[in-house]
Design a protein around this ligand. Structure first.
Ligand SMILES: *Cc1c(COP(=O)(O)O)cnc(C)c1O
Length: 426
């Protein structure tokens, strides 16, 4: 057994499935997860000392590249002054001001430690603010693992409340309406059926948890209109897309001003920082100003905030997003061409520094579309690439990420390796 295999066996003796987050277990692709020893720039190394070009980037957090020297230095400096105070700090104000400057729809915000906390708080605020219970989410969108949001749609137009996890009472999920992504008719029907009852709609504005699926312009415009008309809180869950698809997130690309926004991943620069923010009158419902409770021992942690602040500084340097987008486009175009030459059913898409690869001929618009992607082909491609030293996310339902450390040369190298992989899997 190699070191990864030995560690996986040992991990399974103490940690369920050997992992602290399920996709890491390689369940959908099979094989042994790589235990990561270190990371730098565009690379990660596993415990066998094998180097990989990394397109996971800690699920998108690593936008400036792993262990960026300036971020590491900021963390070191902050750590020297104490790891946690559980009291307010000036750095928290600075990062909050910085986020509000970049995302103008955010007038007030709270820092939390994970995307899950951010979306859970957003839902509670939407309910507290509107004094309503029902929420709408869309099939294939992931918003963390709080009870109300662990719901997937069965078949049918308006599916209520089948929890997608054991341990979630249907009493809770009965208030969650699940609709197909990009389906305007279903949205209008839901509002017709439950007028004055829907507290909030939560959306991944460019879905990244069913591979990459773009919301259509017509869909988001309708969504903004209908929520406004019904006094429903529109929540853009930009935990993945924020500071990733563009500096100002998907809302800046859509030209939409949501009532609330949730953020995470990039704003911590690899450390646990997330945020929930939006309109003043909604955010002012949060305790101790209002009656909606929310708290966190490590919220606004000084070391994590230092990493986030430095990351936000780096991504605002000239041409950061132009370069990131150009490299990501180069990757998806190169892969598409290579697959076409190999005669494979394949297409790819990217927005900013985020991309999707699909083993089918047309870009998906819904979760149902995405399910047509050839999972067996993906699995074979994933392993062929991993064997050649390129790490993609270990699931066909995850988006991929490019960082500022992915040079044009590294992307060319990836495309060359993919040509070989495509011909193997064909
Ligand atoms: C990752 C993610 C979350 C959950 O964030 P965690 O930090 O993993 O709790 C929520 N929403 C979206 C869109 C995400 O991509």
């Amino acid at each position: 057994m190699n070191h990864n295999e030995i560690l996986f066996e040992r991990a399974k003796q103490i940690i369920p499935a050997g992992v602290n987050s399920p996709v890491r277990a390689f369940g959908s692709v099979g094989g042994t997860p790589r235990f990561i020893k270190k990371a730098n720039g565009a690379f990660v190394w596993d415990e066998n000392n094998t180097r990989y070009i990394d397109y996971v980037g800690s699920w998108g957090t690593g936008i400036v590249g792993h262990a960026h020297p300036e971020v590491v230095e900021a963390v070191r400096e902050a750590a020297l002054n104490g790891l946690s105070f559980g009291a307010p700090t000036e750095a928290e104000i600075i990062i909050a001001e910085e986020i509000a400057k970049i995302v103008p729809s955010v007038k007030r915000l709270r820092l939390v430690s994970s995307g899950t906390e951010a979306t859970m708080t957003a839902i509670r605020l939407a309910r507290g603010y509107t004094q309503r219970n029902k929420i709408i989410k869309f099939e294939g969108c992931y918003h963390g693992h709080s009870d109300s949001l662990l719901v997937k749609a069965g078949s049918g137009l308006l599916t209520f409340g089948n929890p997608s996890s054991a341990g979630v009472p249907s009493d809770i999920t009965q208030h969650t309406i699940v609709l197909p992504y990009n389906d305007i008719n279903a949205l209008e029907q839901a509002f017709d059926e439950y007028p004055e009852q829907i507290a909030g709609v939560i959306l991944e504005p460019i879905a990244g948890n069913m591979n990459l699926v773009r919301a259509s312009n017509e869909f988001v415009q309708t969504l903004r209109q209908i929520t406004e008309q019904h006094g429903t809180v529109l929540i853009y869950d930009e935990v993945m897309t924020g500071f990733r698809v563009a500096l100002g997130g998907a809302q800046s690309l859509h030209g939409i001003i949501p009532d609330m926004t949730t953020m995470g991943k990039v704003i911590g620069g690899g450390m646990p920082v997330a945020a929930v923010g939006g309109k003043k009158e909604i955010m002012d419902c949060i305790s101790p100003l209002g009656g909606v409770y929310q708290a966190g021992t490590l919220s606004g942690n000084p070391v994590a905030v230092a990493a986030g602040l430095k990351t936000l500084e780096i991504i605002q340097r000239p041409n950061f997003y132009e370069n990131l987008s150009a490299r990501t486009s180069q990757l998806v175009q190169g892969l598409s061409q290579a697959a076409q030459q190999a005669g494979l059913a394949f297409c790819a898409d990217s927005v900013g520094g985020m991309f999707g690869l699909y083993f089918m001929n047309t870009l998906p618009k819904t979760y149902a579309d995405m399910s047509a992607s050839d999972a067996t082909r993906f699995k074979a491609f994933f392993h062929a690439m991993l064997d050649k030293g390129v790490a993609f996310a270990p699931s066909g339902f995850e988006a991929g990420f490019v960082s500022a450390a992915h040079t044009f040369e590294l992307i060319d190298e990836t495309i060359e390796l993919a040509k070989q992989a495509f011909s193997i899997i064909k």
